[in-house]
Write a protein that binds this ligand. Sequence first.
Ligand code: PMP
Ligand code: GLN
Length: 398
Amino acid sequence: MGSGPGTHGTTTRLAPFGTTIFTTISQRAAARNAINLGQGFPDEDPPQALIEASIASLQAGHNQYAPMSGIPELRQAIANDQARRGRERWHPDHEVTVTSGATGALAAALLGTLEHDDEVILFDPAYDAYPALVAMAGAHARRLAPPAPGFRITRDLIEKAITPRTRMIVLNSPWNPTGRVLDDQELADVSDCCIKHDLICVSDEVYERLVFTRPHRSIGSMPGMRDRTIVISSMGKTYSCTGWKIGWACATGTLTSAIRAAHQFLVFSVPVPLQKAATRALNDYGTDWDLSLSASYGTRRDLLLEGLTSAGLEPIAPEGTYFILADITGLGDDDDHAFCDRMLETVGIAAIPSSVFTEGGLGMKSMVRFAFCKPQALIQEALDRLSRLTPRIRGDVR
Ligand code: PMP
Ligand code: GLN
């Protein structure tokens, strides 16, 4: 591994992050032929009409570069979709950018706006790409940890972390992995801090349609926030096509210029046929689709919640996303990595140790994340297997 000038290898900015947990766990699940409730990807296909739209686009000769900012009809569809759901109105030409998934939008947002040594507030447990992207931008993550199981974000928590170098807050609601959907008070607290300290808010809303208890509200719609928020989302969760990697960032012209300054050199543009299919999705699959999606995931959420409880775990009911965090101490375990190893090896179920989402991997050692974006029968099969996982006798050497 490279460690400085004259050596060749991973930059010191990225070396601490190693290989993502999602890659590691999915590889291990495949090798063990386990049920993969780790990496969050649905087993089902997107609607057939969307697949046909992308095939038709390939056959119609849409095989060359797209415009850097995205095809005009998709940018328009994104703007319309935001407006339809009562969000901010974004100008499709100057305020919407199509990216390589939400990941590409996050990368362009951070790399396009941050200065070296800026500080970025993240809330733990945080999606693993955030600290890595902060590091890539040469900035510093200031990680705050709202206490489990409520994971409430408060003004006090944020205020204590603000320094003259604080430049940005990254928010994720619905929140992977906690399942929280931030309420109006939390959004007001974050907004007030952003306005008072002149901060940019990057709002990752990829699970915006997957809500069970209260509707998701974008912080970009809070008073005074439009000019300082970058709203990010993608196709993957909403239309069950995580492999398509079509995402977007909506922000005012000044922020959009910054996003595009990075996006043009990261990937330049993303596949036209999939942008065509995304246009079709946003135009044709609206409120009814959103409702049936939440209903279908709601059933699976309840099934997994009940099964995890019966198996002796203590799950936290998610308000959104397709993930459940569960406390493992009831099964005699206190180390999430050891528990995930034990569960994978003995009963063939893969899940994500949640400490990977915390600073230095040190927090949340007693919690594990299970995904329920799987068919009910597969979730049931996983639960049957889980019921055979015997409690660990404390002091066991494994
Ligand atoms: N943000 C969060 C919170 C996620 O869970 C994920 C993963 N699905 C992403 C961003 C990445 O989204 P995409 O696959 O569209 O790049
Ligand atoms: N967002 C997905 C999850 O949290 C994983 C995405 C990825 O593998 N990069 O499970």
